[in-house]
Ligand binder design. Sequence first.
Ligand SMILES: Nc1ncnc2c1ncn2[C@@H]1O[C@H](COP(=O)(O)OP(=O)(O)O)[C@@H](O)[C@H]1O
Ligand SMILES: [Mg+2]
Length: 267
Amino acid sequence: MSTPLGKAKDEAVQAASAAKEQRQREGEGSLVRVVDLVAGYVPGVDILNGCDLHCAEGELVGIIGPNGAGKSTLLKSLFGLVDVRSGMVTLKGQDITGKKAHELVAQGVGFVPQTNNVFPRLSIEENLQMGLFRDPKRYAERFDYVAQLFPALAARRKQRAGSLSGGERQMVAMGRALMPGPSVLLLDEPSAGLSPALQDEVFLRCRQINATGVSIIMVEQNARRCLQICDRGYVLDQGRNAYTASGKDLMNDPKVIELYLGTLAKA
Ligand SMILES: Nc1ncnc2c1ncn2[C@@H]1O[C@H](COP(=O)(O)OP(=O)(O)O)[C@@H](O)[C@H]1O
Ligand SMILES: [Mg+2]
């Protein structure tokens, strides 16, 4: 015989499993899908506590959130650089959870880490070649594509990457990740440390790259600018999704403004 308490418990269990099913359906058919991801570095310490995310073909998705929220960890777990403990990552419907970075590059994922993202002693050209070392025959064709996006790189192809400015290095890093022709590009804080004018340029380039058909998942500390250019945004907080909506809706959401955008939002 079921007691009122037992009934309430059953209902709670049912509601939880319905919510889980709903979450597992979210983003079905997307290019990239992350479901209920738990991941971390040190055994016993989870940094991501059940993250969900999806990126449709051709979409530009932004991830914002406070320092230490797990944004970089999320990107790194998509690229096989962090221990995934449970949950799932799929690419074009295929399970890629825990696959290694080189396999992911071959499957069409590009990743630009926030720091140390170029080989400083190599020239621009050699950096771009490193991006395509598995398939050098396509170099000329891929170089043309990257040169169109970043004409300044092509003009200075012999220059050592270490002698470039921060903004130029960021272009080299993006160019290198684009060399294999990824279907999705993961960018970790591409505008960090750049002057406002160069930040604008980076965001513009992201839009241009996206317009050539490359989907983008971008983490940004420049939250307002990121929400302005992205199709959809995620606010990550303490390893969990806090808010998800179109970039515009997030930017105008009073709660998001109060908690994550601060007074800058009114600027
Ligand atoms: N290599 C690492 N080893 C152990 N802990 C790490 C490592 N990298 C990041 N963390 C921890 O994971 C948490 C989230 O970091 P991170 O993903 O870099 O945050 P965000 O990019 O949102 O600022 C932080 O508490 C950070 O200290
Ligand atoms: Mg980070």
